[in-house]
Ligand binder design. Structure first.
Ligand code: ATP
Ligand code: MG
Length: 270
């Protein structure tokens, strides 16, 4: 998997310049997080990856193919985008119908649809809710329904736009599992999130956006030490990383077990 974005500019019809020359590439399928203040251009950026938005200028290649050379419908098989707001995506009267709609549209074999339905509904925790109307699901379940319907298409890349919105603890744990499972299935997961705890726990690589630009791009150890740059992007490191910074740990930890181990390692020689 190789995504190459060079000098991407997007200006909306209103005149608003939402992307101001964004360049980066993603190789392989390790999950990547995109963070940054409201209005930084995160959603605008990812909507270019499946052709939902067209660049004003600049180029995007996926595995060497320029995006503009194929129809948006062709890209939707490769790149699945889960909308920030589930209500923009759900329109059928049962979870099962939502899950089967996309695969039927692209002519997926019946048996494959059935196999995927079982696997995906289990992964997103909706196996027992297949006959429920999506509007009768909780906010968290709606989000999982949209993730499931995109996963049903068997994409190579899945983009999650604010998946933690409206999630309780169980939902958050399920999301952690989904991100891990996608990595195991070699599906590239690109996630936009304001939830730094979720980002720090699950994503090695983080891009920070500010005012239409990518201002930081690196691994979480480096990114969460960039306190000034983060502050000017209105990003606060997760509490566990802040504690590590205060204690002067050279290696930050992003979960409790790791924190205790790192603390023991670094204080052993004091
Ligand atoms: N359809 C649109 N027409 C005009 N301007 C838009 C449109 N969509 C977004 N914008 C503007 O483009 C800029 C970037 O918006 P975008 O939604 O990409 O930001 P974001 O980083 O996803 O923000 P958030 O964290 O709030 O979701 C903002 O100034 C926004 O107001
Ligand atoms: Mg957004």
């Amino acid at each position: 998997m190789l995504i190459e974005i060079s000098n991407l500019v997007h200006q909306y019809a209103s005149g608003q310049r939402a992307l101001n020359g964004v360049s980066f590439s993603i190789e392989a399928t390790n999950p990547v997080a995109i963070i940054g203040q409201n209005g930084a251009g995160k959603t605008t950026l990812v909507k270019h990856l499946n052709g939902l938005l067209k660049p004003t200028s600049g180029k995007i290649y996926i595995d060497g193919k320029e995006i503009s050379t194929q129809e948006t419908s062709a890209w939707s098989k490769t790149v699945g985008y889960v909308f920030q707001n589930p209500d923009n995506q759900l329109f059928l009267d049962s979870v099962k119908k939502e899950f089967e709609f996309g695969p039927k549209q692209i002519g997926m074999e019946k048996e494959e649809i059935a196999t995927r339905l079982e696997m995906v509904s289990q992964l997103v925790g909706l196996s027992k809710k297949l006959d429920v109307h999506p509007f009768d699901l909780s906010a968290a379940e709606k989000k999982f329904c949209t993730i499931g319907s995109v996963l049903m298409m068997n994409p190579k890349i899945i983009i999650l736009d604010e998946p933690t919105c409206g999630q309780d603890l169980l939902g958050a744990q399920r999301l952690n599992q989904i991100v891990k499972q996608l990595a195991e299935l070699n599906i590239l997961c690109i996630t936009i999130s304001h939830d730094m705890r979720f980002v720090a726990e699950n994503f090695e690589r983080i891009l920070v956006m500010r005012k239409g630009e990518v201002v930081l791009d690196g691994d979480r150890q480096t990114i969460f030490k960039e306190r000034e740059q983060l502050a000017s992007s209105f990003v606060t490191p997760p509490p566990i990383a802040q504690l590590g910074l205060k204690l002067g740990l050279t290696q930050l930890a992003f979960n409790a077990v790791d924190f205790i181990n790192k603390l023991e390692e670094e204080t052993q020689n004091v």
